[in-house]
Write a protein that binds this ligand. Sequence first.
Ligand SMILES: Cc1cc2nc3c(=O)[nH]c(=O)nc-3n(C[C@H](O)[C@H](O)[C@H](O)COP(=O)(O)OP(=O)(O)OC[C@H]3O[C@@H](n4cnc5c(N)ncnc54)[C@H](O)[C@@H]3O)c2cc1C
Length: 411
Amino acid sequence: MANINTNICIIGAGPGGATAALVLGKAGVPCVLVDKADFPRDKICGDALSGKVVEVLRKVDPAIAAQLALEPTNVGSWGVNFVAPNGRVLRVPFKMSADKAKDAAPGFIVKRIDFDHFLLQEALKYPSVQYLPNIKLEQFTKTSNGYTAANKAGDYTIDAKLLLVADGAQSVFARHHGGIQMEQQHYCAGIRAYYKGVEGMDAENFIELHFLKELLPGYFWIFPLPNGEANVGLGIRSDYISKRKLNLKQLLPQVIEAHPELKSRFANAELIDEVRGFGLPLGSKKRTISGDNYMLIGDAASLIDPFTGEGIGNAMMSGMLAAKHAMACRDYHATTMAEYDAAVYKRLWSELSLSRKMQQLVQVPWLFNFVVNKAQRSKTLQETISCMFEDMDMRERLKKPSFYVNLLLNR
Ligand SMILES: Cc1cc2nc3c(=O)[nH]c(=O)nc-3n(C[C@H](O)[C@H](O)[C@H](O)COP(=O)(O)OP(=O)(O)OC[C@H]3O[C@@H](n4cnc5c(N)ncnc54)[C@H](O)[C@@H]3O)c2cc1C
């Protein structure tokens, strides 16, 4: 029997929870960080770290961002290749910089077993962060001044005034106490496979998103990793999986086999790990993500980008905002906690709602083909789309029918 008393308890030491711990630790604020696993631990993911990860790290501690770039476990990535349903490729650099040194890379690809461990170790450098691995918190009881969280047997309890809930897509707390339900049209399922020896990888480590007709609005991906390895997978919205009765693990080899270009690139590739799947709670809808004595972070708050599937950056962003709010707020009442919701959506909602629109647009294969065909012939359009990935105001143009009408008129 063990009981711990703390002001702040963070549940989950993935990117969201570890970032919250890092921010609190840096400020010398005591907190308890609990995880059901011990690290290093695997997490099913595409392993792609977007510019937002680097942005959050720079805000929290620029030295950590610089260190990440030096880690031998990752590769720097310079952009994304969108492959349209007709097979044509739209090449979109993340930024139009000529500096190709790894420490200037706008994004990285790194196995989560390495990245999450790296981030957690940074948080654990601070003595005010008390780390408790191998404890799965499954029962939560509201008390007069917070929550009692307990393991299944009830022989390990934590009394906390504030819970920062960062226990991922299957969060028990979010479902039973945070009122977050799984809705198929706002949820995605994905599978990940590690391969060695996939041919035709991009020289600048561009990630590849293949919008194959049979997967729309989902996609098949190939992301480069160090040592000739690649993270390969596919993700599709759950309502489409149900409607089409898809089995993603069977679909992966079928997709590779059915597309001659992919088939030849995988001809000498070797699958080096079991194919595994996991859920992606999408941020395509605004939700209440806090309440009396708690804030939800990352996947527990359903903050994954509905177009790209990116969730690590948003988990870290929300972890940082939750920790800052925990330090600044005068009490933990629901009305005060709601300021956290406002801060999260102020930063993320414009891009999440735009991505929801993009997710709907890519369901129209001819429109996707048309934009990519056109961009292949026009350097200006290529650059415009590239800027859109950095500049939200530019990106807003993609939502407007006038963008596509202008493309049609300027044939
Ligand atoms: C197939 C797939 C591909 C993806 N590809 C990408 C990608 O390329 N790029 C990207 O940015 N995002 C990607 N994502 C999304 C990304 O993985 C998540 O958004 C991200 O991991 C969210 O971080 P988190 O900290 O909220 O949760 P997690 O990373 O899931 O961490 C939650 C932590 O909580 C712990 N935990 C869970 N339950 C309990 C409990 N009851 N008690 C204590 N601890 C608990 C877990 O052990 C874990 O360490 C992908 C997801 C999937 C499924």
